[in-house]
Design a protein around this ligand. Structure first.
Ligand SMILES: Nc1nc2c(ncn2[C@@H]2O[C@H](COP(=O)(O)OP(=O)(O)OP(=O)(O)O)[C@@H](O)[C@H]2O)c(=O)[nH]1
Length: 342
């Protein structure tokens, strides 16, 4: 009888929207310990951008787009994990020795873990090595207080990585650490700025806090995704982001994507978490050869057409019956429901 193949270590990377999962993943993938890793990324929007922002795996990133792993995509996750095994066993892809699954920021990790551990074949071929949660040292405690899924992500972690300590005050770091000690007392805690990769990849101790005390996971958060051939000038880009930030930040949990800029071959990366937007940076190339702008916004009570309308206005491709950018900028205080600010 053929010998059973050794189970492949599986690391689940979780954390709320913008907590620093992709940044952490890129950091991990630069480490030799993850040189032979396969990566699966769960996108929130139909037009996903997360997998395009994973920089260090040539062809090994599989994107699971179009929904949330814990609600609608469990079947897709199973199929993806089975496909990866089949391709590996047939020699169609290199024999990856580890797998990292980055869940969407809204995913409840509990059903995802159940999917893995209860599926007879997957449970035989993969071995859950640990749950790593990224926690934003600045926004994390408030997010955890407001969003049940954020609390569950930390509570389920074997290892918590505190991100953005470079932006946080000493008090904020103390508060974030205290929160981890309360929610995940058995987890290790590291600072993203001084990462010990070997410790993060260490097998979990298998001690999970009780989940009964945690509230039910997520409600009516909407994801808006868009793609556009139109390019923005740099000036229009700045105004576009400023308008999103000033008018929509309270409802906007996350904005991210790649933007086509007039006169530049390279994509500009936009990254916003609530009202904090990162300094825009260019990637060397469009990661997948598709040179369209692609944007994903995640938030509460966002109008479904908000992003495409606003983008079209700033790109100058606005429909005739809609307020255009000039009108908007001349009178930015005329906030009208249903208008660009609605
Ligand atoms: N200053 C600073 N910025 C960080 C740090 N970690 C992440 N960021 C920034 O925070 C933003 C969100 O980081 P991501 O790594 O994309 O977060 P994420 O959890 O993958 O986000 P989602 O996929 O939307 O859930 C980006 O602009 C990052 O550059 C950190 O330790 N310090």
């Amino acid at each position: 009888m053929a010998e059973r193949p050794a189970p492949i270590p599986f690391t689940l990377l979780t954390g709320f929207l913008g907590a620093g999962k992709t940044t952490l993943l890129n950091r991990l993938l630069r480490d030799p310990a993850l040189a032979d890793a396969a990566v699966v990324v769960n996108e929130a929007g139909e037009i996903g951008v997360d997998h395009l922002l994973v920089e260090h795996v040539a062809d090994g990133v599989v994107a699971l787009a179009g929904g949330c792993l814990c609600c609608s995509l469990r079947g897709d996750l199973i199929a993806t994990l089975e496909d990866l095994l089949r391709a590996r066993d047939n020699g169609r892809i290199p024999p990856f020795r580890r797998i990292v699954l980055e869940t969407s920021g809204l995913a409840d990790p509990v059903p995802v873990l159940q999917t893995l551990t209860l599926h007879p074949y997957l449970a035989m071929r993969y071995r859950l090595e640990g749950v790593v949660a990224a926690l934003d040292a600045v926004a994390g405690p408030e997010t955890v207080a407001e969003r049940p899924e954020a609390a569950r992500q930390v509570a389920m972690a074997d290892h918590v990585v505190l991100s953005k300590t470079d932006l946080a005050t000493a008090e904020q770091v103390v508060a974030a650490r205290a929160l981890v000690a309360r929610l995940a007392p058995a987890a290790t805690l590291q600072d993203a700025g001084a990462l010990n990769v070997a410790a993060l990849l260490a097998p979990s101790l298998g001690i999970k806090p009780s989940l009964e005390v945690l509230p039910e996971a997520h409600g009516a958060v909407r994801t808006i995704a868009m793609a556009s051939e139109a390019a923005l000038s740099r000036e229009a880009y700045d105004l576009f982001v400023e308008l999103l930030r000033s008018a929509h930040a309270p409802k906007l949990l996350r904005l991210k994507g790649l933007i086509r800029i007039v006169g530049d071959e390279r994509p500009l990366v936009v990254q916003g978490v609530r009202h904090v937007f990162a300094e825009p940076r260019f990637l060397e190339n469009w990661p997948d050869g598709d040179v369209r702008t692609r944007l994903v916004a995640i938030g509460e009570d966002l109008a479904p057409d908000l992003l495409p309308r606003l983008y079209a206005a700033f790109a100058g491709t606005v429909a005739p019956d809609r307020p255009d950018r000039a009108a908007l900028m001349e009178n930015p205080l005329s906030l009208r429901t249903g208008g660009l600010l609605g």
